[in-house]
Design a protein around this ligand. Sequence first.
Ligand SMILES: [Fe+2]
Ligand SMILES: [Fe+2]
Length: 160
Amino acid sequence: MKRVEYVDRFVSDVFRTIDDEKWLFRAVSHSHAVSRFAYLLALRRGEDAEIAAVSGLLHDLYAYEHLDYNDHAHLGAVRAAEVLTLLGMFTEAEIDVVRAAVWHHDDLDRTDGPMDEILKDADMLDNSLTRPVDTLKPHEQMRFRTVMSELGIVQCIFNQ
Ligand SMILES: [Fe+2]
Ligand SMILES: [Fe+2]
């Protein structure tokens, strides 16, 4: 089994404990969507696609464990590092990369490291494709257009 599958199994076990249907749906769909978008963006940008996929799976785990988004990026960074340490199959350097990416994933108005930006863009992509446009923050809209352009997608949902 691949390392990302162990992480998937871990988060899926957490998600199975969520009683609230809306939170459960969000946890399962968003975590996996962000993981796959992050995987593709990492391949596109020449970064570690496996670590990107792992970051996507873990990025909102803290929020789903507590049913609370308050400061979940920072609290979640600690939680993500804990989970990866517990699994015992990731190096300290890899754990640091995931920790930083989760820590920064809500800082859409600034530019951080390559993996941080991959996670921000992957998170933004799923949000942009699943939420009404008028609920998106200006930085999300700006990033959406930038990533669509990077991917060579000119006609996107914002244009419809
Ligand atoms: Fe988040
Ligand atoms: Fe998210």
